[in-house]
Design a protein around this ligand. Structure first.
Ligand code: AMP
Length: 558
């Protein structure tokens, strides 16, 4: 809108919102806060924000002076959650380059595809991950330097064209100041590829501004509300949407971070909770299901964990109840790689606190913050009301929501029509309802919903009801073709140790305890060893659908 000549101009300063600012602030004001990295030995490694900040300065200097990183060169990390990874998180964007976090659980060919698509120049790798990286190197022509940090055999890296450096040698004795450049807040700071369950992975590029604003939102009481009195156990990987933004938010408010490094199995997680006594933790439900089984088998003192953020997949009610009973209060949240990821957080509204309604509110995906606008779109493209009943695809927009995907150097950003609306909103692919108060309840992924005889059956609802049965450790429900109804649900069940499969009893349980309507009950059942998982620990339903189609599942028809 053109300004009138006599328009009132704002008198505020125009200061860019940058990751550099977060780094400088974290060091100056929260220098005593700590990054505690689990080592598997007697004592964890403890490093203050001040120390990590100085090392970030030294890293930036080494990347520029020794490795020739310039402009928006991409510097990738193939690392666990640890102090060095946090240093890279700040050094790379602050010097103007782009941090590219690589998902260490991806199949090798996808990893190579992503490195080449981003044209990464440097990869910082943890020594324990060299066996993953070394066989790929000959297929990564843009990678000029490998920087290795932490224990692990280096010899597989020898003989390639990329030069190999030791992280500690690289930064040792370097100057402890860096003249950080003035950066336009809209410039790229970090990138992360979606896990690519269909088609090629897609690159989401976060700006300095989006990271800064997202950090402010994460720190609000309505979101995680943590302070420098908290210790957050950051289980969610730093390669999965920037560990949900926790490291950035931590430097803003001084939250101490407990980093599990490669010790992500239930037993070491339980041990680090008991020994370091974090007050907060964040991870996907599958991690917590594993921890729950561990705590049931070998109880530990875990009551320090006053708040556990669960997101990335729907939190089963049974998990929330079990955690509540252990004194670990679950806070459910929804988000995506494309949404930085914070989209909604399930804090019950004041009127529900202490009432019978409270639990139901906590089970929703949560309420939208002011920075996230949301709308629901029906199958015919029509806008649906926030009435708590009309189900449609969720679309969102806001300053930390992607408006396009990265399309490689020198190419135009990608805006596929199935991902972005014509007016620029992100189509999430999630189907749900929104209450008049702005609480989102997801019923399914658009591609997972079961379309039976013209009606929709929510696979998530069936899974949650099944997982509430004492014999069931995990359950995944997928749509399978059916001659009469088009699609019907197939229940795949992982039984607890010592339990027997009695599908009739499970079916009865679904109606009696789960309140599932009769027409929605699965007639096809099978027991599986474990639910296949994606690279970020979510149920991989396409594997189950494929196994059913191939006839490799032993299915009982009731
Ligand atoms: P990703 O980009 O890998 O983090 O995956 C994002 C997707 O995870 C979303 O589009 C949802 O389908 C799913 N998701 C994330 N959080 C939740 C949640 N709390 N409940 C249900 N699904 C979720």
């Amino acid at each position: 809108m053109p300004l009138r000549e006599d328009a009132v101009l704002s008198t505020m300063q125009d200061v860019p919102l940058t990751v550099t600012r977060l780094l400088v602030h974290g060091v100056q004001v929260h220098g005593r806060s700590q990054i505690i990295t689990w080592t598997g030995e007697d004592e964890p490694q403890r490093r203050s924000f001040a120390e990590a900040g100085t090392r970030a300065v030294q890293l930036a200097g080494a990347l520029r002076d020794k490795l020739g990183v310039r402009g928006d060169d991409r510097v990738a990390t193939l690392m666990w959650n640890n102090a060095e990874h946090v240093e890279a998180y700040f050094a790379i964007p602050a010097m103007g380059a782009v941090l590219h976090t690589l998902n260490l659980r991806l199949p090798a060919d996808q990893l190579a595809w992503i490195v080449n698509h981003a044209a990464d120049k440097v990869i910082i790798v943890n020594g324990s991950l060299i066996p993953l990286l070394a066989p790929l190197l000959s297929k990564l022509p843009t990678v000029e330097h490998i920087v290795v940090s932490g224990p692990g055999d280096r010899t597989p890296l020898a003989g390639g064209t990329a030069r190999v450096h030791e992280y500690e040698d690289l930064i040792a004795g370097r100057p402890t100041t860096y003249d950080w450049p003035e950066i336009d807040e809209l410039r790229a700071a970090a990138m992360c590829y979606t896990s690519g369950t269909t088609g090629d992975p897609k690159g989401v590029v976060y700006s300095h501004r989006s990271i800064y604003l997202h950090s402010m939102q994460l720190n609000m009481t309505e979101s995680m509300g943590l302070t420098d009195q908290d210790v957050s156990l950051v289980v969610v990987p730093q390669f999965h949407v920037n560990a949900w933004g926790l490291p950035h938010a931590a430097f803003m408010t001084g939250i101490n971070m407990l980093m599990p490094d490669r010790f992500l199995q239930p037993a070491p997680l339980a041990e680090m909770i008991e020994r370091v006594r974090p007050t907060h933790a964040a991870a996907v439900p599958t991690i917590w299901q594993g921890l729950l089984a561990e705590l049931t088998a070998r109880p530990r003192e875990v009551s320090s964990l006053a708040q556990v953020t669960i997101g990335g997949a729907a939190c089963p009610p049974s998990l929330m109840e079990a955690f509540d009973a252990l004194g670990m209060r679950v806070c459910h949240a929804w988000g995506m790689t494309e949404t930085s990821p914070l989209g909604t957080v399930a804090r019950p509204p004041a009127h529900a606190v202490g009432t019978d309604e409270e639990f139901a509110y906590r089970l929703t995906q949560g309420r939208f913050p002011a920075g996230v606008e949301a709308r629901l779109t029906g199958p015919g493209g029509e806008r649906l009301p926030w009435d708590g009943e009309s189900a449609g695809e969720l679309e969102v927009r806001g300053p930390w929501i992607a408006g396009a995907y990265y399309n490689g150097p020198d190419a135009e950003p990608l805006r596929p029509a199935d991902k972005f609306s014509e007016d620029g909103w992100l189509k999430t692919g999630d189907v749900g309802i929104i209450s008049p108060e702005g609480f989102l309840t997801l019923t399914d992924r658009a591609k997972d919903v079961i379309k039976s005889g013209g009606e929709w059956i929510s696979s998530v609802e069936l899974e949650n009801a099944l997982m509430a049965h004492p014999d069931v450790a995990e359950a995944a429900v997928v749509a399978v073709p059916d001659e009469k109804w088009g699609e019907r649900p197939l229940a795949t069940v992982v039984l607890r140790e010592g339990a027997n499969s009695d599908f009739q009893a499970l079916r009865a349980f679904l109606t009696e305890e789960g309140h599932i309507a009769r027409w929605q009950l699965p007639e096809r059942w099978t027991v599986i060893e474990s639910v296949p998982k994606t690279s970020v620990g979510k149920f991989d339903k396409k594997v189950l659908r494929r196994r059913y189609a191939e006839g490799t599942l032993d299915v009982t028809q009731l």
